[in-house]
Design a protein around this ligand. Structure first.
Ligand code: ADP
Ligand code: MG
Length: 349
């Protein structure tokens, strides 16, 4: 039964437009956690606390001690395409903050009950709250004391989009994804102290660290002692490219590629070019079907990498991909050159 095609064109109302946009960045509690943590990092926080209830389906709360948001800016924080991080195309090209699209809070608030409390002053009796439930466009602002910084609480994710709520998995699975998002961020900033709680129980408590030894302690508590015991620390520089971090030795590989952390300018990425360079470097030392583990940091001039490739910003585009690929390959290959292939049986997952 053919339907008559709709011939009238309408502009979507703001709420629906935000809900559609939310489809790109807000997949599950872990994606909300990621966006809120990125905002806390961008705000220059020293301490970030994450509280999760029921795998995040009931509550995702991120509290920081960053610069906060002033009263006048609060309603704008929830508006679409509103950001304090870039103002021009030029800014976008050299962007060094994790966020810049001005979409996360608008999207999240269109599919949840969002409360944001913030204080941009040093006076702890100051502070303002703004609430948005499934997006009532004009968010109301009321006084609410808060120490300098921001707390964002996201309750009842997808309460108004039942089709998407249905796709949430068990509490355990959703929390595992949240924990993974937390892990990535905690591996990206050692100078920040972190707490993750689930149903009021502390899952990770990570003090800020500076020395290499205490970095390894953080990695051990996030990824297990085995990793660091079978890893080699590297630091290499070529021109403006700098690679540092821990290269897992073939004595500790995994059956899945689930412990591979690659950061470009502090942002965790999944990039085909990077993956290829890594695979090539391990080719001779790992058996087929085994996957290396690593925590690596590539730092380069923000002008030569484009992070505006995908809404979740997990993909990047390098201006000189060939050069980056060869630098990675040769650095890792050199590090692994004197290691021998090992029996898969010795490895543990
Ligand atoms: P983006 O991060 O891309 O700018 P968001 O929707 O995530 O977009 O946030 C919108 C704006 O709200 C940010 O640009 C920032 O000014 C403000 N903001 C959000 N979270 C925080 C926070 N934790 N601390 C300070 N400002 C924040
Ligand atoms: Mg953001």
């Amino acid at each position: 039964t053919a339907q008559t095609p709709v011939t009238r064109i309408q502009v979507l109302d703001a709420r629906l437009a935000n809900q559609i946009a939310a489809g790109e960045v807000v997949e599950r509690p872990a994606s909300v956690t990621k966006e809120l943590i990125e905002n806390a990092i961008d705000a220059g926080s020293h301490r970030i606390e994450v509280d999760i209830e029921q795998g995040g389906a009931r509550l995702i709360k991120v509290r920081d001690d960053g610069i906060g948001i002033g009263q006048q800016d609060l309603p704008l924080a929830l508006a679409r395409h509103a950001t304090s991080k870039i103002g021009s195309l030029e800014d976008l090209e050299g962007v060094s903050s994790l966020g810049f699209r001005g979409e996360a809070l608008a999207s999240i608030s269109s599919v949840s009950r969002l409360e944001l409390v913030s204080n941009a002053s040093e006076d702890p009796t100051d502070g303002w709250r703004v609430v948005a439930e499934g997006r009532s466009m004009e968010a109301r602002v009321s006084p609410a004391p808060h120490p300098r910084g921001t707390s964002v609480s996201v309750r009842d994710l997808f309460f108004n989009t039942p089709a998407r709520r249905k796709f949430l998995r068990t509490e355990k699975t959703e929390f595992a994804h949240v924990e993974e998002a937390f892990r990535r961020q905690a591996l990206s900033r050692y100078d920040i102290s972190w707490v993750l709680r689930h149903n009021q129980k502390v899952v990770h408590q990570l003090p800020a660290v500076d020395s290499a030894a205490s970095r390894e302690r953080r990695i051990s508590s996030l990824l297990g002692r085995n990793f660091i015991e079978h890893a080699r620390y590297i630091e290499r520089q070529a021109g403006s490219l700098r690679l540092s971090g821990w290269v897992g030795l073939p004595t500790h590989s995994r059956s899945q590629a689930d412990q591979q952390y690659f950061f470009v300018n502090g942002r965790v990425v999944r990039d085909r070019l990077v993956a290829h360079a890594v695979r090539q470097a391990y080719r001779d030392v790992l058996y087929n079907g085994r996957h290396p583990v690593f925590v690596l940091y590539l730092d380069l001039d923000p002008d030569v990498v484009d992070v505006n490739v995908h809404p979740t910003k997990h993909e990047v585009r390098f201006r000189d991909g060939r050069m980056v690929h060869d630098f990675l390959f040769s650095s890792l290959h050199h590090c692994l050159a004197h290691t021998q292939p090992h029996e898969a049986a010795e490895n543990q997952d």
